[in-house]
Ligand binder design. Structure first.
Ligand code: UD1
Length: 442
């Protein structure tokens, strides 16, 4: 199992580039199921969740092409034949977003067999709202042996009102609705940019959708869709993580290839914390750290509120800010797995229900810590970048699910971070004052 060895203390300076959004790419790949023609996606990030979905589509009979080298961010998917419309447990268990194939499979093939996703580190995360919506559209869904079996001759347009805002739920039902007979009116939809991204691809494939990016989406079903080429938007969570990396390390970092209009809540908080933040052209943001960071409260909300996927990273920043920051998690239960590891590094954090109170600034000291989920890992990387000494982060496979070559990107702006295999202890790190990337001696 790979580990990261990080020596803290270097300010990050320079320009760092953001990859395509994993959470847009995943539904867009699933959308390819809706047509017999080829769908080409550009700006696909090279992360493990994408590889998992590639395997999932291939296991169902899709032909997925991806070149090697610099063109690897371009993927072609052909679902001419879907010989086996089954999402097997072995694949679904490693990535909950696999449930995104449910809607498109029923819409296209009239039948789907999808393993129920298990619990996961950040709460129960049910998919009852996906099921309820599909049933309302006429699907007959049963549960057997850990699998959902869904059938429908042709889905019917319906009036769907989500009891709770769900991102992948909105995406799943949107994909079902585009091939349904008649009109579907969806209310209380997620407004995340990833939903808008998916809707733009579906529209390019011939779907008729109005209102994506708002709470009400109206879809006029069509009988078939065609192929399309679509470029995935930049990853706003990766961009936000780098902005915090710049601020927490007292750096001066330009985050390039991002969409600043998707980062409003995060940029506002960074400003409240005292950082200087400015747009550079239309697709980059520069963050300059202040002399002293100030405490600021956050409360996670659906888009355009502060993203739950940035909560853990923000908490790392709050440990370095002067004063008391309240961090409220409103989207997921049990999403404070990073807290105990941050505390082990010297942070002063108390959790009471869904609120964490962070008192800072606390000098962090390097430690061996364990990554527990994707964003918790990012939080620990940020903490290690300012900790005194050499931290070892275990289970970085969580990080690899959603961040593309993060160690290389961070090295390029001055971080001392190295990926190590199982052999241990293999590194002779340079001093924190040495700005060049670390190199293992063994
Ligand atoms: C997506 C993102 C994830 C992000 C989350 C919230 C992807 C692949 N993942 O996850 O990174 O953290 O949005 O922004 O895009 N819920 C139900 N029933 C359902 C569905 C959801 O009760 O059928 C609840 C969940 O338990 C949670 C809340 O709704 O409390 C929001 O979850 P949801 O938006 O569905 O998260 P995901 O789409 O799984």
């Amino acid at each position: 199992m790979d580990k990261f060895v990080i020596r803290g203390g270097n300010p990050l300076v320079g320009t760092i580039r953001v990859s395509g959004a994993k959470n847009s790419a995943l539904p867009c790949m699933a959308a390819a199921i809706l047509t017999e023609e080829e769908v080409t996606l550009e700006n696909i990030p090279q992360v493990r969740d994408i590889e998992t979905e590639r395997k999932l589509l291939a296991s169902m009979g899709a032909v997925v092409g991806q070149r090697e080298g610099s063109a690897r961010d371009r993927m072609t998917i052909s679902c001419r034949s879907l010989s086996d419309p089954v999402a097997r447990y072995e694949i679904v268990k490693t990535m909950r977003a696999s449930s995104l194939v449910l809607g498109p499979l029923i819409a296209r093939a009239g039948v789907a067999r999808v393993a129920m996703p298990g619990g996961c580190a950040i709460g129960g995360r049910p998919i009852d709202l996906h099921i309820k919506g599909l049933e309302k559209m006429g699907a007959n869904i049963t549960q057997q042996h850990g699998y959902l079996e869904a059938r429908a001759e042709r889905l019917q347009g319906a009036h769907l009102v989500f009891d709770k805002i769900t991102v992948t739920g909105t995406e799943d039902l949107l994909m079902a609705a585009v091939l349904a007979e008649g009109e579907t009116l969806m209310e209380n939809c997620a407004r995340e940019p990833e939903v808008t991204d998916l809707a733009a691809l579906l529209t390019a494939m011939g779907a008729r959708i109005e209102g994506a990016g708002t709470a009400v989406i109206r879809v006029k079903g069509v009988s078939s869709l065609h192929g399309a080429t679509y470029r995935i938007n930049p990853d706003r969570i990766e961009a936000g993580t780098f902005l915090i990396a710049g601020a927490i390390t007292r750096g001066d970092l330009t985050v390039a290839n991002c969409d600043p209009s998707h980062l409003g809540a995060v940029l506002n908080k960074l400003k409240e914390a005292g950082a200087r933040v400015e747009s550079v052209g239309s697709d980059a943001v520069r963050v300059q750290a202040p002399e002293r960071l100030r405490a600021a409260d956050i409360s996670t909300e659906e888009y355009p509120g502060f993203p739950t996927d940035m909560q853990a990273q923000y908490m790392a920043l709050a440990t370095q800010a002067e004063g008391t920051s309240q961090v409220r998690e409103n989207i997921f239960e049990n999403r404070f797995m990073h807290v105990q590891e941050l505390v082990r590094m010297g942070a002063n954090i108390k959790v009471d229900g869904s609120t964490a109170t962070v008192r800072g600034p606390s000098p962090l000291s390097a430690a061996a810590v364990m990554c527990s989920d994707l964003r918790a890992s990012a939080s620990l990387v940020l903490a290690a970048l300012v900790a005194d000494g050499e931290s070892i982060l275990d289970r970085v496979y969580h990080m690899d699910r959603g961040y593309e070559r993060i160690e290389e990107k961070l090295q390029s702006v001055g971080a001392q971070i190295q990926r190590m295999g199982d052999i241990f202890p293999p590194v002779n790190m340079r001093r924190a004052t040495d700005n060049s990337p670390v190199a293992p001696t063994a």
